[in-house]
Design a protein around this ligand. Sequence first.
Ligand code: BTN
Length: 221
Amino acid sequence: MKWQTYFFKEVDSTNTRAVDYDVGSVIIAENQTAGRGRNGRRWQSLAGNLFLSAVLPALQNETPFLSFVAGVSLAEALPDVPVRLKWPNDVLLHHAKIAGILLERVDDKVIAGFGVNIRQAPDRDMLYQAGSLNQKYTPEEVTKNLLTVLSDNLDLLMQSGFTPIRQKWLNYAVGIGEEIEVKLPHETIRGLFETLTPQGAISLKTPTETRLISAGDIFLL
Ligand code: BTN
């Protein structure tokens, strides 16, 4: 992918702005006044952090896997820190969430929005403990690394399917083989996180059955 980058001082949300751009565009803003997180949550946009949205093609059968491509790419963009991935694509450092990714499909595009806490962590997050990279990288370094590996991993997905991306994801994953809790819109279930299925779902073994979960928030116990 050949990227075309657009910088803004302030936008409402880079994901919202990105809708007006072609595949291959990257929208970066220094500040967001209405940053959005997953499941309708807000994303606090603190000074010095990175807010970046990349416009990806909505691939025929591979679109659900873009979520893992995005997570793996962000992890690979931070090579000298021991980051892990929490399903599907939260980036953790020492058990604290340092980055989140929001994918939104609009017509034939998928907007992949990356929020990376380069300098500051929100003081409190309703769901998870938040952390930051403590300026180990500059936003420019993360951007450069991320766009390189994101392009490579998109090629890998298109050429070889989900198998190699799944393997990379498993190498970063937290919680596999452990008891976890999954919050779904209307229930919370607890079970053993067996593996990530070849379709990208969580296989959760409960005392009574094995459930496949493809959306929700997971919590390590
Ligand atoms: C999450 O809930 O973990 C996902 C957070 C995604 C935040 C990023 S910041 C850049 C882009 N623009 C947004 O409004 N959201 C994403």
